[in-house]
Write a protein that binds this ligand. Structure first.
Ligand SMILES: O=C(CO)COP(=O)(O)O
Length: 251
């Protein structure tokens, strides 16, 4: 079902103690409030179980930032989708541009991660987005379409319907340079059309497509006001309740 969602990707920030404190503070801030979106936080792996225990998971969903592309076994340092699910986390971010770029995650690897996440009952938050050179060469639609096709179009209609997508133009991540509301809307509408062409209008209409990239309290309202922008995947501004709450309240 299509929902408004504000998700915070903490990336590699916060010690365990700081992370639990942040989650607890957010939980307090949301306790007696009605908000018009689902709230998700994505702390580092080692925080997941403690964060789940510290909050009301009916109010705040918990996500991992990644999972392994193998189900289990001799893969030193990896964390499987099954392990993520065993902490009580319900979501997993897959295909973030930082994973694609710094850890060389290919579309094939991401495809495996999505399948394992779904097999373990996790909702993938699948990230797509072009780099600056691709936008400047007017290839951004082509790039995003191919990212979706290569890692997700193997899924059945039913499984595709379980996904959340996040459009994160790489040039907007951590740069303070946000896509304009019009650029976001244009791409989100294109993503929905790409999905509609493959899976039908109903699946496309039910899909939540989040925007990510320097989204903050000052631009969230304008971005979320677009008909095809169903919320945000927030990096830097999710690291304090003071900055994150106004984004949640932008809906
Ligand atoms: O990458 C992001 C979320 O996944 C966006 O990060 P920033 O909000 O810090 O630009």
């Amino acid at each position: 079902m299509r929902k408004n969602i504000v998700a915070g990707n903490w990336k590699m920030n916060k010690t365990l103690q700081e992370g639990v404190a942040l989650a607890t503070e957010l939980n307090e801030a949301l306790k007696n409030k009605t908000v018009n979106c689902d709230v998700i936080i994505a702390p580092p792996f080692i925080h997941l179980a403690s964060v789940v225990n510290a909050i009301d998971t009916e109010k705040i969903g918990v996500s991992a930032q990644n999972c392994a592309d193998k189900p289990e076994g001799a893969y030193t340092g990896e964390v499987s989708a099954k392990m993520v699910a065993s902490t009580g986390a319900k979501y997993v971010i897959i295909g973030h541009s930082e994973r694609r770029t710094y850890y060389h995650e290919t579309p094939e690897i991401l495809k495996e991660k999505v399948l394992l996440a779904l097999a373990n009952g996790l909702t993938p938050i699948f990230c797509i987005g072009e780099v600056l050179a691709e936008r400047e060469a007017d290839k951004h639609f082509e790039v995003v379409k191919s990212q979706i096709e290569q890692s997700l179009f193997n899924l059945s209609k039913e499984d595709f319907g379980k996904l959340i997508l996040a459009y994160e133009p790489v040039w907007a991540i951590g740069t303070g340079k946000t896509a304009t509301a019009a650029q976001a809307q244009e791409m989100h509408a294109f993503i929905r059309k790409t999905v509609a062409d493959k899976y039908g209008k109903d699946t496309a209409e039910d899909l939540s497509v989040l925007y990510g990239g320097s989204c903050n309290a000052s631009n969230a309202k304008e971005l979320f006001a677009n008909p095809d922008v169903d919320g945000g995947l927030i990096g830097g501004a999710s690291l304090s309740v003071d900055k994150f709450m106004p984004i949640i309240e932008a809906f």
